[in-house]
Design a protein around this ligand. Structure first.
Ligand code: FES
Length: 157
């Protein structure tokens, strides 16, 4: 069970978009941008308020890959491992970040909730490969050292 203020926030977001079925996606997008993830309890809550079955709301949220049911860190780092980035050595960057952050493929968020590390298949900036993003800010032509330096900067920020 979430604290009451989560539900109050959901009510506010629902009020701003209206409670028609078509509001489901904009509402859950706003909730996700507020909390950096979509708490499953709020998905059920919103579905109920909109008169949509929980199963339907869940299938919509899982269809769109950018919804996450897991809490994410303050900084969400996405390392591109699409073809262009891969051939320009994105994997050593990813491995360096895993070791800097004490993370792995199975554990993607640091315990202090500062960093989440993910991979993506193309960020659409192949000319700048290898690329990573931090909360949607693009960092081009990365190296393992530059990535480690970036972590230090963000920790100090
Ligand atoms: S492959 Fe990395 S941005 Fe396209």
């Amino acid at each position: 069970m979430l604290e009451q203020h989560y539900y109050d926030k959901a009510d506010e977001v629902i009020a701003s978009h209206g409670s028609g079925h078509a509001s489901l996606i904009p509402i859950i997008q706003d909730i996700q941008s507020e909390y950096r993830y979509l708490p499953p309890e709020l998905l059920s809550y919103v579905a109920d308020k909109l008169g949509i079955t929980e199963a339907k709301a869940y299938s919509v949220a899982t269809f769109y890959e950018n919804f996450s049911f897991e809490p994410k860190g303050k900084y969400v780092i996405k390392v591109c491992d699409g073809t262009a980035c891969h051939v320009r050595k994105s994997i050593p960057i990813l491995e360096r970040l895993y070791s800097e952050l004490g993370l792995s493929k199975e554990k993607v968020t640091t315990d202090d909730m500062l960093f989440t590390l993910e991979t993506v298949s193309c960020l659409g900036a192949c000319g700048l490969a290898p690329v990573l993003t931090v909360n949607d800010k693009v960092y081009p032509a990365m190296t393992p050292d530059a990535a480690a330096e970036l972590i230090h900067e963000l920790r100090g920020a």
